[in-house]
Design a protein around this ligand. Structure first.
Ligand code: QAP
Ligand code: CO
Length: 180
């Protein structure tokens, strides 16, 4: 298994549209295992393949504290959403350090396939419902900050780009340190 590199907002690759999975094979199983390892290592409660630059409809979620209840959602579709909506403070592994309120359906029903290609349906509310909707947004190129006001989004963008420069500098220094 390996830990994958998580794209950081505002990387344009986060806005690519993911394609449906067509083969439930060993490659898919490895992708799911690597995504799970990456999510647990972060640590996070959800990760979409788009965030690791794989543009296929694959999501992993584990909202448990024990981190022992991984669910993979392959080709997920929301087949029902409540009219009732609620605001939840969301974060994202692609936008570290940023949390803000997003309004979404309170309850949903999702249909997806597991890694063996077996279809399943799941009803979700609370944090799980938020997380499924958040991760499925990634598959259509949408990051949660796009629900915030343009002012907030631009502040976040500026902060992320500044942080990115710092990270690039650290990386260069580390590489230099190895060479000399
Ligand atoms: C999506 O997000 C989510 O800023 C999953 O510094 C989040 O796992 C759905 C994380 C909240 C519903 C509610 C974020 C880790 C993890 C950070 C995550 C950070 C470190 C986010
Ligand atoms: Co996210």
């Amino acid at each position: 298994m390996s830990i994958l590199n998580i794209l950081r907002y505002p990387d344009p690759r986060l806005h690519k549209i993911a394609q449906p999975v067509t083969a439930f094979d060993a490659r898919l199983a490895k992708l799911v295992a690597d995504m799970a390892e990456t999510m647990y290592d972060a640590p996070g409660i959800g990760l979409a393949a788009s965030q690791v630059d794989v543009h296929e409809r694959v999501v992993v979620i584990d909202i448990t504290e024990e981190k022992n209840a991984l669910t993979a959602y392959i080709n997920p579709e929301i087949i029902w959403a409540s009219d009732e909506r609620q605001v939840y403070d969301e974060g994202c592994l692609s936008v570290p350090g940023v949390y803000d309120g997003v309004e979404r359906a309170t309850r949903i029903k999702v249909r997806a396939f597991d890694i063996k290609g077996e279809q399943f349906e799941q009803e979700a509310d609370g944090l799980l419902a938020v997380c499924i909707q958040h991760e499925m947004d990634h598959l259509v190129g949408k990051v949660f900050v796009e629900y915030l006001s343009p002012l907030k989004r631009n502040r976040i963008k500026t902060r992320m780009v500044k942080e990115e420069r710092g990270i690039a500098r650290e990386k260069a220094l580390r590489a230099q340190g190895r060479r000399f």
